[in-house]
Structures are given as C-alpha cells and as structure tokens.
Design a protein around this ligand. Structure first.
Ligand code: GLC
Length: 821
C-alpha cells in the first residue's frame, strides 16, 4: 500500500516536472486593447505586440499576430489576392470584450486575456481559442491552441500519410526528401498548412500562412485542444467559414490562387523510369507502346540524360541528336518530359555555373561565401529562387531544351534535398534575398520548391507564350498549384502504398492541389504483376497518371507482366482515354473553382459520417464513384454508396444509396459507379490525345428525373480559351411517363471543334422505344452494325444492354430529342 503511494507520488512529481516547464515556456498573449475599426480591419495592442483582424470576405477573416508592436513587412508566398470587394463590417465592444460582425460571421473578442471565438450569425459556435493558452509565444516561436470538440474531424494538410481524417495525430511541415517513406513518415516533401474541419456536417477551414518549420497537433498533446505553430515568423492565419466544405475550398483557392487549366496531353498516360537511356531504349519503349496499342502521351527522361548530371545539358554519347530523337518521337505522338534539379554542379567550366556566379544568383552562407552542397552531380551551388531576377535567369536556361523539343519539366530534389548531411538539406542560416530582407533558409526552405516550379513555368511561358506548360514538382508550398503538378515522391511497390496513395491524393485535393499523382506501381522495389495491375486500375483515376520506378528495379511498363495482364493494363489505360472529355471537364471545374478532380466523399456528403470516413473510395469529378481494389487476391469488393441513385458502370445495375454492398471485382475490373442523372461525355480510344479529334463525342446518359450537366471544351493546348475560344453547352435529360427527353443547348463560345458526330447513349431503357424524334422530326431506326456506324442520323435499341443509341451530327444549334416509350 505504502509502496504504491510512493510510486504514485513519484509519478505525479515526474509528470509535473515534465509538464510544467514545457507549459511554462509558453507565454500567452495577455490582455489587449482595441483600436478603432478601420474599414474592414481592427487591431488590438499591448506592450508586447499587436493582433489584427482583417475581414476579407463575409466568410474569410485573417488573424495576424506579431510579437512586435510595429510588425515587419507583410508579404506572403502563398496569398495572391489583394483586391477583395469592399465589405460592411461592424465592431461593438466594452472594456472586457467586443464583437466583430461580417454578413456571415461573428468574432467574439475577449480582451483580458485575449481570446477569439468564431460564431455564425445565428450564434452557433464554430471555433474558439483554448481558454488556457490561446495564442502564445516561446521566444520566437508562435503557437495557437484551439478548442477541439470530440466530434470534429480534420482533413487536408497536403501530402500526409495515414487516414484522410487527420484527427488524433500530429504533423510537421518541413519539405523533406523521404525515399521509401511509409504510412507514418512525417514530414514528407510538401508543406500545405491548410485544413478543413468538419463537425455535424458543417465545415470551416484554417490556413496558417507561415513558411518556417511548422507543426499541427490535432489531439496528441490533449484530446480537447488542437494547436498549430512554427519555429519562427508570425502567428498569421486565415479562418474560413463554410458551412459547405466546397465553399471553404473555393474561398481558399481564391485566396492563394488555383490551378491553371492543364493541356490535354498532360492528362494522358505518362511513362517514366529511372532512367530510360540511351536513345535506342527510349525509341524501344515508344515503339512498344505503339505496336502494342497501349495509349501513352509522354515519356520521361530521368537524370541520366544529362552530361554528368549537369542540368540543361545532354549526355551526347547517350543522346547524340536530341532534336532528331524528339521530333521522331513527336511524330509518334510522344511528348518528352525531362528531370531538372535545382543543384548546379560547381564546375568552373560549366556554363550554367558560370552564369550563376556572374549574375550572383546562388545562395550564400552568412560569411558571404557560396553555399555548396552535394547532390547527384557532386558539389553544387543553389539558385536563390526567392529573387525574381534569379527566377527569370533560371527560366531562360530551359530555352535550349525547349528548342530541342522537350515539352515538359520535372523539378525534383527541390526541398531542397542534399546528400551527405544529416539534416538532408541546407544549413538553416544560409541566406536568401527574400524581398530584400536577407532571410535564412529556416524561413525559405518550405517555399524553395514552389519558387523553383514558378521559375520553370515562367521560363516555359516566355519561350512558348501560347502553350500550356507542364511542370511537375516534388516539393511545394500552399498555392503551388498555380505553377505545377505534384507527385508524391519515392513511394514503394507495396499494397500498403497503393492504399496510402488514395487518401494522400484526396488530401492534396482538399488542400488546393488538384493535379496530383503517385508513382503507379511504386518507385522503390518492384511490384508483383497483380499489384501493378490493381495499381494501374486505380491510377488511371489519379488526376495525374504516371508510372515511375527506381534505378535497378524490374521493368515496369504496362506490358512487362505477361500477355494476360498486358491486355488488362491496356484496357485500364484505354478507359482513361475514353473518359478524357469527362476528365477534362472535371479539370475545367477544378481550374474554375478549386474543387478537386479526385474528390473525398466528404465534399459531397459532409453530413454522412460513413462517407466522410472513406479512405479508399472517391468521386472523380461530379458523377463517377471509384472504389479501387487495394488488397491482393480479391475478386469481390465492398463498396459504400452514399445517398442517391447509382449505376454500376460495368453492368448498369441500379442501386439506391446509402448502401453497403459487395460487387464483383475480378482482376480486370475496378468497381466503378455512375450517379443517376449523370451525363458522362466520353470519346473513342486514341493512342495519344492529338492522334485524332474527338469523334464521336459520346454522351453516356443515366436519366433520373430531371437532370442536366454543363459541358466544356477548348483546343486543349493554347491559352485561346482565355480569349473566348471555348465551347460551352448544357446537356439535359428529363424523364416523363411517356417519354425521355434530351436537350442539348446551342453551343456558346467561339471554339468550334472539327466536324463530328454526337452519340447519345441512354442507359437503363427497359423496352424498345416506339419512336425517336429529333427537333420534332422522326428519326430513322437502324438495326445497328455498319449501317448505324455510317449513318449521319439514326437510332437503334440494344436490348441486351438496355441502351438507346441516338446518333446525330454534332452541330452548333440546340437539339431536342424525344424518345417515346
Ligand atoms: C528522386 C526522385 C525520383 C527520381 C530520382 C532520380 O529520388 O524522387 O523520382 O527518379 O530522384 O532522379
């Protein structure tokens, strides 16, 4: 008994001894006094600092807290929007408290000690500072603690392993080269300090715009509070109110900028490995794709194409005539993407190094000497991408490769990653220009990769102003979607990694980065044939779709796993090409609104806990639900269908959700569902996107009451769409007792595609229609076969598939089709 008591007392002392000093380091914000409201902004001050609340929009408030009464320059690498429309804001208060009102939010301000609470206009509490600490500092380190309700869940934070719901875990943001990373490896390569909180079907968001090494604790330190903070800089965050999670994401995208519309070829299938060389190997890979009739749009050249890893050079023994090779490949329909790392070999005889020295473009140590670190080429110097002048210089370096015919660039190792140092990166005191502030690497590290991708994109645009560039980066920061696609670094060829990739890419989508993918088949090690096929079946639904693998692994092309799997793999890639018009529309929507292409179900079903808990199932665009098989040896698969009507893509079987079901999932089939009411635009299979124009444009119509969908198209390559060269129209389907009516609105916009047919495929029609009318005229019935293929206008009924097919010329004018029962 006594011994127990002693032990308990010892334990309590131990706990207090570790806990109290840890807590005591944090100095909470204390009391503050308000200054008068100035427009959309109000500040609170005390002797130690100032906190400013700025209302940018009715649902968006910035909180900027500095431990300095005269804050330094206000500059962000993420936020680009400055011209918010004026907004009516009110502040009313006493000496103890005040309330800041926007048309959608109320911020309750407690002055002593200073705490914030965010409420909706009906007085419902959304989020508030934790009572004990709120905002606090430990020397230069800011941190903020907030109330964490037991039923609140957190999504986003960019490239993170583990479940989509981040609750109960802690995360660090410090871009890190993480070869062979696992589910719980943290941090990884990218920093997106933005999350969406979801509770009782209602969402809000928080973006902590601080580029220093930062951390988020979502319930490890305490189950009742969460916190975020950084190793330096300001406590500078943005609070977004939904309650619709899509609205949070749209507003976030408005704040930091969205993804520009990618070129169509960027959405095709891409093939990579470390490394395809010499030239004969690249030609062999290209020829195999075409001979085997496996669609592919881009081949990647990894670092071995260079002369001793010197960026912007060719190894002329491996690639004696790049312009000829690339022109030949382009004739076969392949675009080439080459790897470009930031490290410039410190070789006095190398022109890039010479130019960088002459222009004073490299980062330096505090003593003024060049910072030198080791990467693939050995000793390297590193461009200071914070400087616009350096970004411009770096952009010019791509000219030669572009003139040789290189179509896209792959920026890698830009965390920046360094060999031979335990930190895997530059010394923290390395100096950067940073708006003339001369900031240390500690502040710039997390934006280095993003700024490199900005420099690359800028250079490409200057070289080819009317072509949409493809840049792919490994490291980035919030807002990086403005410049490049991302991939999730050096994953491994395991089932676990196939699984991890899904919530990870969904998480990137929820963090504003729609154009993302994982190395299909895995980078480290080699996949089993089954794993590669299952991975490819899922991967053709990644927004960015590329196979890649490491040096020395087994062949990882779609034909590398035997004839039977080659057929299945081909069909998986063909499915992506068939769906390209649909995918392109999902990308258009993402570019317009910031909504992801690969969507976590919570975005559409925030009030459905089952949907929000799905880690492996997702929506692609508005209407396809994809449930990849992510385990070995399965031939059926459990699927959760949220509320509404769903059709099995393969069998047309109709389901009504919410429902859990098991569906057939043999190795050649990924569970795939279409939302009732959908109109899914598809096209014929092509071997690369420019092989032939879309013809016919096929609309897969799944009538359900009255529904309609917008359709978008443009030339797929240039920026002419920004000058009106677009095609917009609306497809509608209406079910009536005696008929199904389809409407195609007149084309809007000045883009006119080459002449083609429009094939309307109406699903789930149980008996042959009596008559089909187009614009009031009876349409001819064709039995099918070649006659139907050739006919300019005809219809037929497929009684095995329960499909009505209506074929018409795709014209600019509106169309009305009536299918009589
Ligand atoms: C890094 C990249 C990988 C690439 C390799 C060689 O590990 O993440 O994709 O193949 O470097 O460039």
């Amino acid at each position: 008994m006594r011994r127990d008591l002693v032990r308990t007392t010892q334990l309590v002392i131990l706990l207090l001894a570790t806990w109290i000093p840890m807590r005591a380091e944090w100095q909470s914000v204390g009391s503050m006094s308000p200054s008068p409201l100035e427009g959309n902004q109000i500040s609170f001050r005390n002797r130690e600092g100032v906190i400013t609340l700025t209302v940018l929009a009715p649902d968006l408030i910035r909180v900027r807290a500095t431990r300095d009464t005269s804050p330094g320059p206000d500059y962000s690498y993420a936020v680009i929007k400055a011209d918010w429309p004026p907004i009516h804001v009110e502040y009313a208060g006493t000496r103890q408290s005040g309330t800041l009102r926007t048309p959608e939010l109320e911020v309750h301000v407690q002055l002593a000690p200073f705490r914030l609470g965010f409420y909706d206009r009906s007085g419902r509490l959304i989020s508030k500072d934790a009572d004990n600490l709120g905002m606090a500092w430990d020397g230069a380190r800011p941190r903020c603690w907030k109330w964490m309700p037991a039923d609140e869940h957190y999504f986003g934070l960019g490239e993170k392993g583990g479940p989509l719901d981040r609750r109960g875990r802690a995360f660090v943001m410090w871009n890190t080269d993480s070869y062979g990373w696992g589910d719980s490896t943290d941090p990884l390569y990218e920093t997106i300090p933005f999350f969406i909180a979801l509770r009782e079907g209602r969402a809000h968001g928080l973006f902590f715009d601080n580029t220093y090494r930062s951390s988020f604790d979502l319930g490890v330190e305490s189950p009742e509070t969460y916190s975020f903070g950084a190793e330096g800089g300001e406590l500078n965050y943005y609070f977004f109110y939904g309650p619709d999670p899509k609205k949070v994401l749209e507003r976030y995208t408005e704040l930091v900028g969205g993804m520009p519309m990618p070129a169509r070829w960027a959405l095709g299938y891409h093939q990579s490995r470390y490394s395809y060389y010499p030239e004969s190997t690249v030609r062999f890979i290209a020829d195999n794709f075409r001979q085997r009739r496996i669609p592919c749009d881009a081949l990647f050249l990894d670092i071995d194409y260079m002369d001793g890893y010197r960026v912007f050079t060719w190894d002329k023994s491996r690639f004696p005539d790049p312009p000829k090779l690339l022109a030949d490949l382009r004739r076969q329909g392949f675009r080439i993407v080459t790897n470009v790392d930031p490290g410039v070999k410190a070789d006095p005889n190398y022109w890039v190094y010479q130019q960088g020295l002459a222009g004073d473009d490299f980062v330096k140590k505090p003593d003024g000497k060049l910072y030198i670190g080791k990467v693939w080429p050995g000793d390297c110097a590193f461009p200071d991408f914070t400087s616009p002048k350096v970004r411009e210089w770096w952009g010019t370096l791509y000219k030669g490769l572009i003139q040789d015919g290189v179509a896209g660039f792959w920026n890698d190792m830009n965390e920046p990653a360094l060999f031979a140092v335990p930190s895997k990166t530059m010394d923290l005191d390395t100096l950067f220009w940073d708006q003339g502030l001369k900031s240390p690497h500690a502040k710039i590290h997390n934006v280095y990769g993003m700024l490199m991708s900005a420099a690359t994109q800028g250079g490409m645009l200057r070289q080819s102003p009317n072509e949409r560039p493809l840049v792919i980066t490994r490291a980035t920061y919030a807002g990086g979607q403005r410049y490049s696609a991302v991939w999730t670094g050096d994953n491994s060829s395991t089932w676990d990694h196939l699984r991890i990739s899904l919530p990870m890419i969904m998480g990137l989508g929820l963090s504003g980065l729609p154009l993302a993918g994982a190395d299909i088949g895995g980078f480290a090690m080699s996949p089993s044939p089954e794993l590669y096929t299952r991975w490819l079946e899922a991967g053709v639904f990644y927004p960015y779709c590329r196979t890649h693998t490491e040096l020395g692994s087994r062949n990882q092309e779609p034909w590398s796993f035997g004839n039977r799997l080659e057929d299945i793999n081909r069909r998986a890639i063909e499915l992506r090409y068939r769906l390209l018009p649909y995918l392109y529309n999902a990308f258009h929507q993402a570019a317009q609104t910031g909504l992801p292409v690969m969507r976590a179900l919570l975005l559409d079903y925030p009030d459905d806990a089952n949907a929000a808990g799905q880690n492996y199932e997702f929506l692609l665009g508005d209407d396809l639900l994809v449930a990849p098989v992510v385990k070995s040896g399965e031939d059926t698969w459990g699927v959760y269908l949220p509320r509404g009507v769903w059709y099995d893509f393969w069998t047309d079987r109709r389901y009504t959700g919410p429902a859990g079901l098991h569906v057939d999932a043999p190795l050649d089939r990924i569970p795939l569902f279409v939302r009732g009411g959908a109109v899914v635009p598809t096209q014929q299979v092509v071997q690369y996107v420019d092989e032939a124009p879309i013809n016919p444009l096929t609309l897969e119509i799944y009538p359900e009451g009255n529904s309609s969908r917008d359709y978008y198209e443009d030339d797929g390559l240039s920026f002419d769409y920004q000058r009106g060269a677009v095609l917009h129209r609306r497809f509608s389907a209406m079910q009536q007792p005696e008929s199904t009516s389809l409407e195609v609105s007149a084309r809007e916009g000045s883009y006119t595609p080459p002449a083609r047919s429009l094939l309307l495929k109406v699903h789930n029609v149980r008996s042959a229609p009596r008559r089909v009318e187009v614009n009031g005229q009876t349409l001819e019935l064709q039995a099918g076969g070649e006659d139907f293929e050739k006919a300019a206008g005809a219809w037929r009924y497929d009684e095995t598939a329960n499909l009505v097919l209506v074929k018409l010329a795709d014209q600019a004018a509106a169309l009305q089709v009536r299918i009589e029962k």
